[in-house]
Design a protein around this ligand. Structure first.
Ligand code: KG4
Ligand code: ZN
Length: 368
């Protein structure tokens, strides 16, 4: 079985093929970073136009690299939310057209579930991960440009939301602080490399919501942290007659900010592990590519004697492999036959093609 995944929820146009063993057959990502660097952030209309131009060439290239003809594709999985509505529509409508033309099931995938289950991808020669029910729940820290959430995975498709950010997402904070420091977009990798030469103890930035109790104990807030960096920059600029920040100050601020984010994320993840008696922690999403977070996450896992899984770098940021992977799991769950029936409707369009709609605010689960 080969599933084609399509992802266009934000600023990457991506297609991938994943097989029934959860192995990556091919993956193509067309990044729009150069376009959005100019505006230091994503302009939805610009992103949507780039998706429209790139989507078919990206899918073509993906099938070419997979050495597969369309006949060998058994289903199309596509992100239908959350994300930018204009961007989502490009991928979704393309996926519908392909599923209809090829007469294969169409599987709508939640982008966040894609990030979460990217941890189940199997490297070539590796063995498929079998869930040991005794090791559940697994705590998942989802950290990306649009999301910062803690979940307890009770089974595939069964996620309990423990907490989420009340304002900016962690990746968004990286992007905004990078702008303040005069570093390029996207801010995550830029801050991370500036921070390598910095002293994380030089500035004592706040660790937001660390003392929150009750239902708020798993929530995050990064807007205040960003303002604290802005205030510190202002102080320096005033004192030095606006001569600009030295490379060392930028490095120290980047490292101190990064450490504050990592401390907050890991403290909340650690609390969730303890309270849920979890034996495993996953960290997923674009910010999971952060080296400090990965290293200190490993330290946390060692001290708590739990397992830690983080996707390889290339599968942390947006890609279509994670979307195809969810498609494979869904078809394995036995929904394939139902989907097939839906696709075989005789009069008019198959139902799934009429009912699956892009949802920019798609939730993974209800709070509770
Ligand atoms: O998952 P993703 O590609 O897209 C969303 O679903 O949002 O995440 C993108 C975010 C951006 O905010 C980017 O700055 C951040 O992930 N990011 C990083 C790193 N690489 C990407 N943040 C910190 N350190 C990194 N190395
Ligand atoms: Zn994402």
């Amino acid at each position: 079985m080969n599933i084609l995944g399509i992802e266009s929820s934000c600023d990457e146009t991506a297609a991938a093929v994943v097989n029934e063993r959860m192995q990556v057959v091919s993956s193509v990502v067309a990044s729009q970073i150069d376009l959005h660097r100019v505006t230091h952030g994503v302009v939805p209309e610009v992103a949507a136009r780039a998706h429209t131009e790139k989507i078919l060439p990206v899918i073509d290239e993906c099938l070419r690299r997979a050495k597969l003809s369309a006949k060998k594709i058994d289903g199309v999985a596509v992100t239908y939310g959350p994300g930018l509505i204009t961007s989502l529509l490009v991928g979704l409508e393309t996926a519908k057209a392909l599923a209809y033309g090829w007469n294969v099931p169409l599987i709508g995938v939640n982008h966040i579930e894609g990030h979460m289950l990217s941890n189940l991808l199997v490297p070539r020669g590796g063995r498929r991960l079998v869930f040991d029910k005794k090791r559940l729940p697994i705590i998942i820290l989802t950290v990306s440009g649009g999301h910062t959430e803690l979940y307890a995975l009770r089974d595939i498709g069964n996620y309990k939301l423990l907490g989420r950010t009340r304002d900016d997402a962690a990746g968004e904070a990286f992007d905004k602080v990078a702008k303040l420091l005069g570093l390029p977009y996207p801010g995550g990798p830029a801050i991370s490399s500036a921070a390598e030469k910095g002293n994380p103890g030089r500035f004592s930035f706040p660790r937001p919501m660390m003392s929150a109790r009750g239902a708020a104990r798993f929530d995050f807030s990064f807007a205040g942290l960003k303002s604290a960096v802005a205030r510190e920059i202002e102080k320096f600029e005033k004192n030095r007659a606006r001569s600009g920040l030295s490379q060392q100050i930028i490095a120290d601020m980047a490292a101190s900010f990064e450490q504050a984010v990592v401390d907050t994320l890991l403290a909340k993840a650690s609390l969730a592990v303890t309270e849920n008696k979890a034996k495993e922690l996953w960290i997923v999403g674009g910010v999971a590519a952060n080296t400090r977070l990965r290293e200190q996450g490993r330290g946390l896992a060692r001290s708590k004697k739990i397992s830690l899984r983080i996707p390889s770098f290339e599968f942390c940021t947006d890609n279509a492999v994670m979307i195809a992977a969810v498609g494979v799991l869904r078809l394995h769950e036995g929904r394939a036959s139902r989907q097939k029936k839906l696709m075989q409707a005789t009069n008019g369009l198959p139902k799934v093609l009429r009912t699956l709609e892009a949802d920019p605010n798609l939730d993974l689960v209800q709070v509770g």
